[in-house]
Design a protein. Structure first.
Length: 407
């Protein structure tokens, strides 16, 4: 979307990213002129000229339309009164599992039921075929497509277990280095499978603990809801918190991915355990906690939300809504004709009414967990207008900001 829009105004984003457009490589741009900058707070249509020096903004001044055009000069981009907006972010994306449904190598692994169990099975089968070339090819496509859409940072979940071992992580580290000048890739060593499974749990925990010793890993991630008992779910939470504190890592949980009113949300235990393990006293000020999905929380009452905000207090907890995955997975009835309940975190309300920190992201792209959607965060923000029933200008601004933050 971003690339297509800029192309309409004579700006070839592909060439700029590749650094082969004469006078417009990222390292040689000295002036971006005649652009709208809504972040400056102006609503009167004022255009601006932005001078770039040493890789940063040196000055921002109003554009004078009577002045002679400088767009033909090296290093100058004429925005033609287009929108210059802050860059965007994938706050939660699975780098190793992208584009499986479209890839000829996995053409036999197609969706039949569309439920979570099938997605886990298909992905598990695909993972057994992963190779370095394959991981690099699909991951490179995700990053290149994302940068064309204006994404300059992402949190990349990369699975580490007895099947993938360090193969996916090694590919992720190569991609992190390859694209370091275009996109900041924050790697999360991720436990998608149960870490307290009777047969493989010990090995999976050891592999994650080995992975996070790598300096390229900045986040530990886990999925408590895949454990087969509440006791093991809590064990997964406690284990991950302890590791994050010990190794000074960010912490990211896929949490409460259900719509079962009878099931106690695990978010309460997460908050309690963070305090029990003295996160505020022990963690670095920069260490953050993120909770993704959390669809069970959509059944909360106003009192529940107020309690949640109060219990979080000063804990650095953020929530990430993942509407393309949540809408596809949630609300699958056993019987035809049954009501299909849809749910994803109501981010605008969480921010505006309860003061919670929230982001929105694409999660998976082109696999059995999320076979639809694009890598473009602006398309996700547009979807949010309908999903969240948020149609005001301030709502649109909030949705944009939610696609541009990494906690």
């Amino acid at each position: 979307m971003a690339a297509a829009y800029l192309a309409q105004h004579g700006i070839d984003l592909d060439s700029i990213i590749a650094g082969d457009a004469p006078g417009t490589s990222l390292s040689t741009v000295s002036l971006i002129c005649n652009v709208l900058c809504p972040t400056l707070g102006d609503d009167d249509g004022t255009a601006y000229d932005i001078t770039i020096e040493n890789g940063g903004v040196a000055s921002i001044v109003p554009h004078t339309h009577q002045q002679l055009s400088t767009s033909h000069l090296p290093g100058v981009i004429d925005g033609q009164c287009g929108l210059l907006a802050p860059s965007l972010c994938h706050a939660h994306v699975h780098l190793d599992k992208c584009f499986l449904l479209q890839d000829p190598k996995y053409s036999d692994l197609q969706i039949v039921k569309g439920d979570f169990a099938e997605a886990m099975s298909l992905t598990g089968q695909a993972k057994q075929r992963f190779s370095e070339d394959d991981l690099l090819r699909r991951g490179r496509r995700l990053i290149e497509d994302s940068t064309q859409a204006g994404v300059t940072c992402m949190r990349a979940f990369i699975e580490v277990d007895e099947v993938a071992r360090m193969q996916s992580l090694n590919a992720g580290m190569q991609l992190k280095e390859e694209f370091k000048d275009q996109c900041f890739i924050q790697i999360c060593a991720f436990a998608q499978l149960p870490v307290y499974d009777d047969s493989n749990g010990d090995e999976r925990r050891k592999l994650i603990e080995e992975a996070i010793m790598n300096d390229a890993v900045e986040v530990i991630g886990a999925t408590p809801y895949v454990e087969d008992s509440l006791e093991k779910m809590k064990g997964c939470v406690s284990w991950a918190i302890a590791l994050a504190l010990k190794h000074k890592l960010h912490l990211d949980f896929h949490l409460d991915y259900n719509l079962d009113a009878e099931q106690e949300p695990l978010v309460w235990f997460v908050i309690s355990e963070l305090r029990q393990q003295r996160w505020l006293e022990t963690a670095l000020p920069t260490q953050k906690i993120c909770l993704g999905h959390c669809t069970r929380l959509t059944l909360f009452s106003e009192d529940d939300w107020t309690r949640l905000a109060d219990e979080i207090g000063s804990l650095p907890i953020s929530f990430v809504g993942l509407p393309t995955s949540d809408l596809f997975m949630m609300g699958r009835p056993k019987d035809r004709g049954s009501q299909r309940q849809r749910a994803t975190l109501q981010l605008p309300e969480m921010v505006q009414q309860y003061g919670l920190n929230c982001a929105m992201s694409i999660n998976n792209i082109g696999n059995a967990f999320t076979p639809w959607g694009t890598v473009d965060p602006l398309a996700l923000a547009s979807l949010g207008i309908g999903v969240y029933q948020s149609g005001t200008k301030s709502d649109a601004e909030l949705l944009y900001v939610s696609c541009g933050r990494l906690y």
